[in-house]
Design a protein around this ligand. Structure first.
Ligand code: GLC
Length: 516
């Protein structure tokens, strides 16, 4: 055990609307999560990261917060939250909540007050308003991450307001001290309730370059990529975290911040992890990497080297609610699933923290054929379908082989339809079944607990598109290619293999751990 739990934890992302529905309205809720805590405990995770459950018009699935101190009635109330947190803690599971400081919902009382107030008023100073000079020409060329311009006019046509995401998500003005005070108070509200930390949404946002200058090119910036921009990864954002860190340190229990910071290098990402800033930052390099030994090795080396420089743990991720599920990224079908399991086993043997996105432990794939009329992601609608959006990784979990929502809820159609084939990927179908993805995850997480990595030393490659390393506790071999590679020289006692070895060979798209 390392001194700090968050240096080598396995953290499970719960996406509340799609995890478990207790009240049967077709959308998940906090009571549903509470009821499934025994499942998470059996999986062996150390903590939960919970995507937003705050009061929200749900125009961006809750990442549009109308009240940072209230629970959306669709998900329950503060009493439900307290009960869920208490049960998680009783099961030895910590709980990290999502904090969305870059923007509020347009339904937030601050934005409503801003619209009701005059240009130049203190109410408008909490956001980025600019006078309209030419109704056709916004103040700069910034484009919304979800498509279309990042500026929308107020109803009277007098001013523009900035929104890097949907027009219902106006950006807060972090030059305004009132915004700083409000978020410090929100942090305390949830810390006082007992949460173990915060995942910071768009943690590389918030601070904008002075004068809001144009970006290069046509103003289109991809967030899921590697970008620095006048509104992303500005150096000033670090000052905010230096004021937050002392607040979290005041509380007992080793609580943490984890950053969603898309930066253009592992080096820039590590700046968020300096000792007086945040504890973890998702490393999305493996989300972007093709399934190839050379790309994975490069991403791993770079993360380890840069994070060591600031004394922070590496933070490994393959899937979340914003990206295509990794089974599908790796080609789908049996091959995609085999590769996904191998990649997961690899992550679980790297030094650092591993995030698991709900449903990956069942081997769920991306739902690619959702009809347009059920899609809810604003990026789909704002681009006229050009961006397919993220609904395909947000389909409600299958808990049972049968039933209207495959056990997601007691009644009611789920808010997104589930593929019929998910009956075979349900918890009920996989629980206790040797060889199932669920049993593989359980075994992998349990084995990791007894074999915590203390470092990483590369060993000789077993083949062209394969690598091997010693993590101080075990020897791992991962085969990214399609042909079997010889692994007999790496060990004799197999601790875990994502696919059966044959004649001392590891099949293509597979991983194995040997005892040292
Ligand atoms: C983050 C969230 C994403 C959301 C966006 C705007 O990237 O993960 O789901 O749409 O921020 O809040």
């Amino acid at each position: 055990m390392s001194e700090h739990w968050w240096r080598d934890a396995v953290i499970y992302q719960v996406y509340p609307r799609s995890f478990a529905d207790a009240d049967g309205d077709g959308m998940g809720d906090l009571e549903g999560i509470r009821s499934r805590i025994p499942y998470l405990a059996a999986l062996g995770v150390d903590a939960i990261w919970l995507s937003p459950f705050y009061a929200s018009p749900q125009r961006d699935a809750g990442y549009d917060v109308a009240d940072y101190r209230a629970i959306d009635p669709r998900f329950g109330d503060l009493g439900d939250f307290d009960r869920m947190l208490a049960d998680a803690h009783a099961a030895g599971i910590r709980l990290i909540v999502d904090l969305v400081p870059n923007h509020t919902s347009s339904d937030h009382e601050w934005f409503q007050a801003a619209l009701a107030a005059a240009p130049g008023s203190p109410e408008r100073e909490r956001y980025h308003f600019r006078d309209v000079t030419d109704p056709e020409v916004p103040p700069n060329n910034w484009q919304s991450i979800f498509g279309g311009p990042a500026w929308t006019k107020t109803d009277d046509g007098a001013q523009w307001y900035l929104h890097l995401f949907d027009s219902s998500q106006p950006d807060l003005n972090w030059d305004n001290p009132e915004v700083h005070e409000e978020f410090k108070s929100v942090l305390r509200f949830w810390l006082d309730r007992g949460v173990d930390g915060f995942r910071i949404d768009v943690a590389h946002g918030m601070v904008k370059a002075p004068g809001l200058p144009d970006t290069g090119g046509d103003g289109t910036i991809e967030m899921i990529g590697t970008t620095q921009a006048p509104f992303f990864d500005q150096d000033g954002v670090h000052d905010i975290y230096r004021t937050w860190r002392p607040i979290i340190e005041e509380y007992e229990g080793d609580r943490i911040f984890v950053a969603e910071a898309w930066t253009d290098s592992a080096e820039r990402r590590s700046l968020y992890l300096r000792p007086d800033e945040l504890h973890q930052a998702f490393n999305f390099d493996l989300v972007l990497a093709p399934f190839r030994a050379v790309d994975f090795r490069k991403a791993i080396d770079s993360e380890i080297a840069n994070n060591a420089g600031v004394g922070a743990p590496c933070t490994w991720v393959l899937s979340n609610h914003d990206v295509q599920r990794h089974v599908t990224r790796y080609g789908g079908g049996e091959r995609g699933l085999a590769r996904a399991k191998a990649a997961t086993q690899l992550l679980l043997s790297l030094p650092g923290v591993v995030y698991v996105y709900q449903g990956e432990e069942l081997g769920l794939d991306e739902v690619l054929d959702l009809p347009a009329e059920v899609r809810q992601d604003p990026s789909f609608h704002r681009t006229g379908g050009e961006q397919i959006g993220r609904d395909g990784c947000r389909v409600p979990l299958p808990w049972a082989k049968e039933g209207v929502s495959l056990g997601f809820g007691p009644a009611g159609e789920p808010w997104l339809p589930q593929p019929a084939a998910w009956s075979d990927l349900s918890v009920e179908a996989e629980d206790g079944v040797p060889g199932s993805t669920l049993e593989f995850y359980r075994q992998a997480i349990a084995t990791r607990k007894g074999h915590k990595a203390t470092g990483l030393t590369w060993l000789a490659d077993p083949g062209e598109d394969a690598f091997a390393f010693d993590n101080g506790a075990l020897v791992a071999v991962v085969n990214f290619g399609d042909e079997p590679v010889p692994v007999a020289g790496y060990g004799t006692e197999v601790l875990l293999a994502s696919a059966d070895l044959a004649d001392g060979h590891l099949p293509g798209g597979a991983a194995v751990w040997f005892a040292k």
